[in-house]
Write a protein that binds this ligand. Structure first.
Ligand SMILES: [Zn+2]
Length: 487
């Protein structure tokens, strides 16, 4: 009897296992079919405003209907216009939803988005069309969105909040669809508790996992995502605090809504004609689909979903950030009351900085450097090694949160502590043969875009170097190109 029971229960287990794996195969094949259709040559790369993109719209509409999503707006389509240089182009977001079952929470939404447009095609001299099929970017995201919707609708009764599914248009041209969605108030956006952009999710295996960038903008986001990842055996990667400006998350993040980019990296031939459907990892996409469905269910049911405003504020307009960089240029000595200067030598600095935004126009920028200085003295080449902390104030053109590009004028001061020096290859002692401490001022001009700062810097030493065998006063000067990056 016991034996029979074991045989019986193992066969039930194996039947259950067989059914589960058959279902996984079905999911994998569905994902493959969506991508093969959306990224096929006949859709000509789904370029914004091109007639062939209508085929993608028709396909997504037919899937929304088949799955049973409800239309939020007439015929699922939110139309917006975009004008550029006299041309007016019409774009379409495709929006469906699943209504939650809780009488109160059903008025709140979790939004799942994926852009369906891509780069279109270009014409070679021979009039041959070179098509950018955009399989990973972003047929992969749309395919996953459709299958997540199918799973969620089969669990509809267990959802408290409502779920919105949006296939965004015009992302590649500059986040047009998501921006229009937020601006047009298609739905009262304060009702959206979190939004996800599935953008490029077809390279799970190659990337070694899935990144949910910005998941910490939702207070319990990381915790719930880790739980779901454990249950679905999915590897989660870092970047939890990072708000992403290169996908549809950005207009939502700027509106203060937790916005998360689901991403498997730029492992595909990114923005190249070779981004084709046969390269994608469909079983990885199936894993991501099941994981996202699991996470959405948790998010839809959790009664206390809260925004982490600090993460969004820092992610969209960081008040404080850390950076690293280098200054390269030349240095020289200037002899007071003499008519000559030294020949210049090589100057290099490498160090760490911070930036603290005081106002929309003022940035305080402290830093600390290793500082190398060289110059020809007349008695041979002088080389000095120092540690140099500095403090700068930057007067900038306005740098608001939408504005990641600004110019600046810099003024500041530095202190230099010499720990080693050589004259003509011979060691000399800071504090005895030459000064040990130096104060100086500096001025600069430059630009900063998306955390990268490039500038020109002029350094003026204020302390006499105190060479014992020289009566006059000697000061240092420096001119550098500065390059730094703020994380
Ligand atoms: Zn994309």
């Amino acid at each position: 009897m016991k034996k029979l029971l074991i045989v019986f229960s193992t066969s039930i287990l194996s039947i259950a296992g067989f059914l589960a794996s058959a279902q996984d195969t079905l999911l994998t094949e569905r994902l493959r079919t969506h991508v093969e259709i959306l990224a096929s040559d006949s859709l000509e790369g789904r370029g914004f405003g091109t007639p062939s993109k209508e085929l993608a719209i028709d396909y997504i509409l037919s899937q929304y209907r088949e799955i049973g999503l409800k239309p939020l707006v007439n015929g699922y389509q939110h139309t917006f216009t975009y004008s550029n240089g006299g041309f007016v182009v019409e774009g379409k977001n495709i929006i469906g939803y699943i209504e939650g079952s809780d009488p109160f929470l059903k008025n709140e939404f979790i939004l799942l988005g994926a852009h369906y447009d891509h780069l279109g095609y270009r014409l070679e001299k021979t009039d041959e069309k070179i098509i950018y099929n955009g399989a990973d970017d972003n047929a992969s995201g749309v395919a996953s969105l459709l299958e997540i919707a199918r799973i969620m609708i089969s669990n509809q009764t267990s959802l408290n909040r409502s779920l919105l599914f949006v296939a965004f248009d015009g992302e590649e041209v500059g986040l047009l669809g998501s921006e229009a969605f937020v601006e047009d108030n298609v739905i009262d956006i304060t009702k959206i508790k979190a939004m996800f952009s599935l953008d490029m999710v077809g390279m799970y295996e190659k990337k070694g996992g899935l990144a949910l960038k910005g998941i910490k903008s939702l207070k319990k986001g990381h915790e719930l995502a880790s739980q779901a990842a454990g249950e679905e055996d999915l590897i989660l990667l870092g970047g939890e605090r990072q708000m992403v400006m290169f996908t549809d998350t950005w207009p939502f993040a700027l509106a203060g809504i937790p916005a998360i980019h689901a991403f498997t990296g730029t492992k595909s031939p990114y923005h190249k004609p070779e981004d084709d459907s046969h390269l994608l990892d469909y079983s990885g996409m199936a894993k991501i689909t099941l994981f996202m469905a699991n996470l959405l269910e948790k998010l839809a049911d959790d009664e206390s979903l809260k925004v982490d405003k600090g993460v969004i504020r820092h992610g969209t307009n960081p008040v404080f950030s850390l950076g690293a960089g280098a200054n390269l240029g030349y240095s020289r000595l200037t002899f007071k009351d003499e008519f000559f200067e030294s020949k210049p030598g090589f100057k290099a600095q490498a160090g760490l900085f911070a930036q603290w935004k005081l106002t929309g126009n003022l940035i305080l920028q402290p830093g600390v450097f290793y500082d190398y200085f060289s110059a020809e003295t007349g008695n041979g080449m002088l080389r000095m090694h120092a540690i140099a902390p500095e403090l700068n104030l930057l007067l900038t053109t306005p740098n608001k949160k939408e504005d990641f590009f600004f110019g600046y004028l810099l003024a500041g001061g530095y202190y230099r502590y010499l720990f080693a020096a050589n004259l003509k290859e011979e060691k000399i002692n800071p504090g005895e043969n030459i000064y040990q401490d130096e104060f100086g001022i500096q001025f600069g001009i430059g630009v900063q875009a998306m955390g990268i700062q490039v500038g020109l810097l002029k350094k003026i030493g204020l302390d006499d170097m105190n060479f014992p065998d020289f009566d006059g006063e000697i000061f240092t000067r420096g001119t550098c190109i500065s390059l730094s990056y703020y994380f």
